[in-house]
Design a protein around this ligand. Structure first.
Ligand SMILES: Cc1ncc(COP(=O)(O)O)c(C=O)c1O
Length: 450
């Protein structure tokens, strides 16, 4: 008999019945029926320190006993200041002023307004549009969705969206120009200049991009020269570069920040998931000093804010999270295990003809599936490959991240999943995860190739 939701929660899906969680420990979840799951995707690349870390719970409890909340316009707190200092110390270049919020979409909205505020302070009153890329994900609120490039997510809300232009993604496996990354001239980066000129440089406030495209494409890194060219174009046309590091920041890619892989410093860097690691809803934008100074010397304030931003509980929890990552050398561990993971994924590719591409950095990896490896022809959408893979893995108690629900290939079709376990995973646990993944792919491959 088909189960139905009978509780009063308005879930994202009105038809799917979710198991009830009991507790989490390390890389595992346990539901109320006693079943154990491997968290192969850190929730949604959030739970970087795994689950049930008592040290963080204690930091939360200690802070809550002292003072739980103050409004961000009335008090600061030690944890908030030290978290900002920590982020500034590790962020590239002179990105060193941190504006805290409660999540990724809020942080993206904040970056859009910070860019606008900066240009206003410089007298560039017409600069307001954000250019971003197709096949990107920047969040669900209307400003963030206007920047995002997942057609499926945008379509129901198109009349509500801002008129922001998009350029092609840097997606070497399926180059939008049909070129080979070893021989190309980075046409995908120069597309930015074309669109800035076409739109009118006086209207363009910023360019926003994920250093490694997460949710939509399944862990696609940029060409290693991409962001150097983007940086040059942004400088030439007085356009700010906003790096959306909601997924990639604070160790996930084997470096503290994803942009470190490209040797280019953005003007605004947006982070979120890893800073609270699932223990506190947090987001942030870290701004270059000159942007901060433009507010300080200009209006003296940033007209924007959210009730929960930068409260003492947030500060205490995030500081503990970052301290653990640093003291336990987890960024290096991510780098080392990530290298191992990529080797093992390449082995899986040898054994499974439906794997077209394995990619990523650190513990942010993706697998793209194809019907035909030679032609890269994707599976028909009716095959529902992503859902089948993720459901099969779930039935084997492995949680995977389904990418591409908004369409990878020109807004339609294509299949990828992400494998992105918590930083604390051991090599043995990774082997366990990979063996379940192998079994999952074997089962689905037989079904779809039959
Ligand atoms: C790159 C990127 N930007 C922004 C967001 C939005 O973050 P949130 O869901 O916390 O609003 C996400 C969420 O997955 C993301 O991956």
């Amino acid at each position: 008999m088909k189960q139905e939701n009978t509780d009063h929660v308005f879930y994202r899906s009105q038809v799917k019945v979710l198991p009830e969680i009991d507790y989490g420990k390390g890389i595992y979840f346990y539901d109320t029926l006693g079943r154990r799951y491997i968290d192969g995707t850190s929730g949604a690349l959030i739970s970087n320190l795994g689950h049930g870390d008592v040290r963080i719970a204690e930091a939360y409890f200690e802070q809550a006993k002292k003072v739980e909340f103050v409004h961000g316009t009335q008090f600061s707190s030690r944890g908030v200041k030290e978290t900002a200092e920590f982020i500034s110390d590790f962020a590239p270049g002179d990105l060193n002023r941190v504006y805290f919020v409660s999540g990724g979409s809020e942080a993206i909205e904040t970056a859009i307004k910070l860019a606008r505020g900066y240009h206003l302070s410089q007298g560039n009153v017409q600069k307001h549009k954000i250019i971003s890329r197709w096949q990107s994900y920047h969040g669900a609120t209307l400003g963030a969705l206007s920047c995002g490039g997942r057609s499926g997510d945008r379509h129901p809300y198109t009349p509500l969206l801002l008129n922001f232009p998009h350029i092609v993604p840097c997606y070497c496996y399926r180059c939008p120009f049909g070129l080979n990354p070893k021989q190309c001239n980075l046409e995908c980066a120069w597309d930015l200049e074309r669109v800035i000129l076409q739109e009118n440089p006086d209207h363009i406030s910023a360019f926003m991009a994920e250093p490694i495209v997460g949710a939509t494409l399944g862990a696609v890194p940029a060409h290693d020269q991409y962001f150097k060219i983007i940086r040059k174009i942004c400088d030439q046309y007085n356009v700010l570069l906003i790096a959306d590091e909601v997924m990639t920041s604070l160790g996930r890619t084997g470096r503290w920040f994803g942009m470190e892989h490209y040797d280019a410093v953005p003007d605004l860097l947006v982070g979120s998931k890893g800073v609270g690691a699932g223990y506190y809803p947090t987001g942030f934008v870290v701004a270059k000093e000159n942007i901060f100074q433009s507010f300080k010397k200009g209006p003296g304030k940033f007209s924007h804010g959210f009730t929960y931003q930068g409260n003492p509980l947030m500060g205490a929890v995030c500081l503990k999270v970052l301290t653990i990552i640093k003291e336990e050398g987890l960024v290096q561990h991510v780098h080392e295990l990530g290298t191992y993971l990529m080797t093992r994924l390449e082995e899986l590719k040898q054994n499974h003809p439906i794997i077209g591409d394995c990619r990523g950095k650190g513990l942010m990896t993706g697998i793209e599936f194809v019907k035909n490896r030679e032609t890269k022809e994707p599976f028909n959408e009716s095959v529902n490959l992503n859902k089948r893979l993720v459901d099969e893995a779930f039935s084997r108690r492995l949680i995977l991240y389904p990418g591409s629900s908004g369409g990878m290939i020109n807004g339609k079709g294509g299949n990828a999943i992400m494998v992105a376990p918590p930083f604390i995973i051991t090599k043995d646990q990774l082997d366990e995860l990979l063996s379940i993944l192998d079994g999952t792919i074997t089962t689905i491959e037989k079904q779809v190739m039959a």
